[in-house]
Write a protein that binds this ligand. Structure first.
Ligand code: GLA
Length: 703
C-alpha cells in the first residue's frame, strides 16, 4: 500500500490564518535562573535512571548523552524507594547530584513524581492503598501501578513525596518541568471507590429520580431506591451507568493529578511546567478532562510491531502516529512533547522488530512537523535486572553506545541546528476532525458490527483529508471552530447540547460541517436522542438517518464520488427539505437501501452541512475528501509532493517551516513552490531530493 499524496494547487504561504500563532507557554519564556543559560528551544531527551547505577558511572553516561546532543533527561518516575527508603526518611542527595551533574553538561531535567511505583514498605504498611482488580483480587507488590488512584491514604502519601521533591527541586535551575506519575491507566474496583462513585453520581444527578429517568432504569428493573445500590459496571451494563463510570474515572485521574500538582505548585518556580505522559488513542480516561490543568500535553509515541509504511488495521502506521500527534496537540491546542519514543524496538509487541536504519530519525522529524517541542527516547540503558531487559536503548548492557546511538545523535545535532528556526512556530490547520471520548466509548460498547472501530472510522477520514490539506487539527466539538474552513465529525455518536450549539453556530457563521456515520444518535447520558440522527442537527441538515444497517457484506454506493461500496455499516438517509442535495445513493442491496440517499448536503446561508451515511473504501473516501475540501476552499499547506512523502508545516511570525519526510523506498525529488532556505544543510534551494527516510527542513520567509 502506498501513501497517496494528492496533487493540488500551490498555496501561497501568506494565507491568512485566523488562529493566533503559538507562543511558547510562560514557563518556557521565563528568564533562566542566574548563571544558567536557557535550554535550547527544541530538545532531544532520554529517560535516565541514575538510581540503578553506581555514581561512578554517571559521568560516563552524561558525557555520552552530551556527545549525542541530548539536552533533557527525565528522572525520578518509579524511584520512590530510592527517594524515601523507609517511611519519613528521605534521600534526595543522589538525585540532586544527578541533576547538577547533568546540568553542568547542558542537560536539563524533567522530574517525574514516583507514584506509579510505590515502595514495598508503603503497600505493606498501608494495604488499603493497593488497587482491587475487577474480579475482587487485590494487586500486589512486584510490578508497578499497583496503587489505587482514588484512595485517600495513597493521595496523602503521593502529596507528601511530591511536595518534598518540590521543596528540594522547585527552585533548582536545571529542573525545567515535572511529570506527574506515569501513563495513567489502572483503576480500582473496591468498595470505597464504589462509594465515591455513588457520591459522584449524587453530585452529578442530584436526585435518584433524575438518575433513574436519564438512565431509563425502569428497563430490566434497574431502578435505584438508594444511591448505595448503584454498581460499578464496565461490561454489558446500562449505557448511562457505563458512561458515568468512565467520567468518574476521568475526574478521579484529574483530581489524583491535581493533588500532586498542588503539592508541586506550592513550592516550585512558575517557570517549571507540569505535564503527564499520555498514550495517543488509549481510551482509559477522557484526556480532555485530565489535560485541563496541565501546562503542556505530552505523549509516548511507540510504533511497536511494524513500520511507518506498514498497514495497521487497514491504514498505514504513519497515519496512526500522525493522528496521535494531532490528537495530543489538540488537548491544549498548542505544541506538545513526545515524552517517550522507541529507540529501535520495544519489548511488548508480538514481534519486537527494530525500526529500519533512518526510520527513528524520520519518526522524530514527523513528530516535530506535527508540533512536538521535545523528542525523548525511552530509555537510555536497560536495568541489569527488571521486566524490560529486552527493550531498545541508546546504550547497551556493556555501557557502550548501540548502533542506533549515532542516528539519535544526528537527530540531536539537527534539532540544535533547526531549533532557532523552529522556535515559536506551530502547525495551523484549515481542517479539523472532531473527537470525543464519550462517542468513542459509546460506539465501542455497542459496536453492532464487531469490526466497527471508531478510531479506524476516524482514520478513514483523516488519511485522505491529511493528504489533501497536509495538516489536520483534532479537537473537541466544543472547541472554538471559526478558524476552520472544514470541520469533520466522523462518529460524533454522543452529542451534548453544548456541542450541538457550537456546531450550529459554526455552520451559521459560514463553516462547512461534515458528519459521518453514527453521528448525533446519543445524548449526554448515552441515551437515544428523541430526534433521529443527527439529533439536534436534523433541522439544520434538512434530513436525517431514517434507518441504519449493520452489513454482512459491503453494499454498492453510487453518485458523484463514483461507484463504490459501503462497508460494515449503512445509513439510509431521508431528505426533509427541498434545498437538500443528494450526493450519493445506495445501489441494489438489501431492498431497504436500494436507491436511497447515502450522502446529502445542504447550504445554509454562507455555511454548509453534509451527512455521509456510507463508510466507503479508500477510493470513495478519497473522492469524498476531494469534494469536501474543494467546496470548502481548503488548500494544501505546501503543494504537490510525490507519493510516500509527507509534508508538515509550522508557522511563525516571519517565516514558515516545512518539514518533508520520505517514507517510500524510492528516492524522491520534490520541487518546492518557492525558493526556500535549507535549514539543515544551509543555502537556499528550489528542489530537494530525499532518499528512503530522508528529511528536509525548509524555511520560507513571509513575503
Ligand atoms: C511505557 C512506560 C515506560 C516503559 C515503556 C516501554 O511508555 O511509560 O516506563 O515501560 O512503556 O515501551
Amino acid at each position: 500500500m502506498k501513501i497517496v499524496r494528492v496533487l493540488a494547487p500551490l498555496l501561497s504561504t501568506t494565507l491568512p490564518f485566523a488562529a493566533a500563532i503559538y507562543i511558547p507557554a510562560a514557563f518556557a519564556q521565563a528568564p533562566a535562573p542566574k548563571n544558567v543559560p536557557a535550554p535550547p528551544p527544541i530538545l532531544l531527551g532520554t529517560s535516565w535512571y541514575p538510581e540503578w547505577w553506581p555514581e561512578s558511572r554517571w559521568p560516563i553516561d552524561l558525557d555520552l548523552m552530551q556527545k549525542a546532543h541530548i539536552h533533557m533527561v527525565r528522572m525520578g518516575e518509579f524511584a520512590w524507594s530510592s527517594m524515601e527508603p523507609s517511611e519519613g526518611h528521605y534521600d534526595f542527595d543522589w538525585l540532586e547530584k544527578a541533576i547538577d551533574e547533568a546540568g553542568a553538561r547542558g542537560i536539563y531535567t524533567v522530574l517525574g513524581t514516583p507514584t506509579a511505583g510505590p515502595p514495598a514498605w508503603l503497600t505493606q504498611k498501608y494495604p488499603e492503598t493497593l488497587r482491587t482488580h475487577k474480579d475482587g483480587r487485590k494487586a500486589r507488590h512486584g510490578n508497578r501501578q499497583q496503587f489505587n488512584w482514588d484512595n485517600p491514604k495513597y493521595r496523602a502519601l503521593a502529596h507528601d513525596i511530591a511536595s518534598r521533591m518540590a521543596q528540594r527541586f522547585g527552585h533548582n535551575p536545571y529542573v525545567i518541568g515535572w511529570q506527574i506519575d506515569n501513563e495513567y491507566a489502572k483503576v480500582s474496583y473496591d468498595a470505597a471507590t464504589q462509594a465515591d462513585f455513588q457520591q459522584w453520581l449524587k453530585n452529578r444527578y442530584g436526585t435518584l429520580d433524575n438518575l433513574n429517568t436519564r438512565w431509563t432504569t425502569a428497563y430490566w428493573s434497574q431502578t435505584y431506591s438508594n444511591w448505595n445500590q448503584v454498581p460499578i459496571e464496565t461490561g454489558y451494563g446500562n449505557p448511562g451507568l457505563l458512561l458515568s463510570w468512565k467520567r468518574f474515572v476521568s475526574d478521579t485521574w484529574r483530581s489524583y493529578q491535581k493533588n500532586q500538582m498542588d503539592a508541586i505548585r506550592q513550592y516550585a518556580d512558575p517557570r517549571q511546567f507540569i505535564t503527564t505522559n499520555m498514550m495517543g488513542w488509549f481510551g482509559g480516561y477522557d484526556h480532555y478532562v485530565v489535560a485541563k490543568d496541565l501546562d503542556i500535553a505530552s505523549w509516548d509515541d511507540y510504533i511497536g510491531q511494524g513500520h511507518l509504511d506498514a498497514a495497521h488495521k487497514g491504514y498505514l502506521k504513519i497515519y496512526w502516529n500522525d493522528s496521535e500527534d494531532d490528537l495530543t496537540r489538540g488537548f491544549k491546542r498548542k505544541n506538545f512533547w513526545v515524552m517517550e519514543t522507541q529507540p529501535g524496538h520495544v519489548n511488548w509487541s508480538e514481534v519486537n522488530n527494530d525500526l529500519n536504519k533512518g526510520e527513528v530519525r524520520a519518526m522524530a522529524w514527523l513528530n516535530i512537523g506535527h508540533g512536538a517541542e521535545t523528542i525523548s527516547y525511552w530509555q537510555w540503558r536497560s536495568a541489569l535486572n527488571g521486566q524490560e531487559e529486552y527493550h531498545g536503548t541508546l546504550v547497551g548492557a556493556d555501557g557502550k553506545p548501540v548502533p542506533l546511538y549515532t542516528e539519535v545523535a544526528q537527530v540531536g545535532r539537527e534539532l540544535e541546528k533547526a531549533g532557532p528556526a523552529l522556535a515559536g512556530t506551530t502547525p495551523k490547520s484549515q481542517v479539523a476532525i472532531l473527537h470525543t471520548y464519550p462517542s468513542f466509548w459509546a460506539i465501542d460498547w455497542q459496536k453492532h458490527n464487531k469490526n466497527y472501530d471508531p478510531i479506524v472510522e476516524l482514520l478513514s477520514y483523516y488519511a485522505p483529508l491529511r493528504n489533501i490539506a497536509q495538516s489536520i487539527d483534532i479537537v473537541q466539538p466544543t472547541a472554538p471552530l471559526d478558524q476552520y474552513k472544514l470541520v469533520v465529525a466522523p462518529g460524533l455518536n454522543v452529542l451534548s447540547d453544548a456541542a450541538a450549539k457550537n456546531l450550529i453556530a459554526y455552520v451559521r457563521n459560514g463553516g462547512h460541517l461534515v458528519l459521518g456515520q453514527r453521528s448525533g444518535m446519543k445524548n449526554s447520558d448515552n441515551g437515544l436522542q428523541t430526534q433521529l440522527q443527527p439529533g439536534p442537527l436534523t433541522d439544520l441538515l434538512g434530513g436525517r438517518v431514517a434507518a441504519y444497517y449493520a452489513l454482512e457484506n459491503p453494499v454498492p454506493v453510487e453518485g458523484q464520488w463514483g461507484n463504490n461500496t459501503s462497508q460494515l455499516w449503512a445509513e439510509m438517509l431521508s431528505v426533509d427539505k427541498p434545498d437538500v442535495t443528494v450526493l450519493e445513493r445506495f445501489g441494489k442491496s438489501n431492498g431497504w437501501l436500494d436507491g436511497q440517499p447515502a450522502a446529502i448536503t445542504r447550504k445554509v446561508g454562507k455555511g454548509r452541512i453534509t451527512y455521509i451515511g456510507a463508510w466507503m473504501d479508500d477510493a470513495g473516501m478519497e473522492k469524498a475528501a476531494a469534494w469536501m475540501t474543494s467546496i470548502s476552499h481548503v488548500k494544501p499547506a505546501f503543494g504537490p509532493v510525490p507519493n510516500g512523502v509527507e509534508v508538515d508545516s509550522r508557522y511563525g511570525k516571519d517565516h514558515t517551516i516545512f518539514i518533508l519526510v520520505n517514507v517510500s523506498k524510492a528516492s524522491q525529488t520534490i520541487a518546492l513552490p518557492a525558493k526556500m532556505q535549507d535549514v539543515l544543510n544551509g543555502g537556499t534551494t528550489q528542489s530537494v531530493t530525499l532518499p528512503n527516510y530522508g528529511v528536509a527542513v525548509l524555511s520560507e520567509s513571509k513575503k
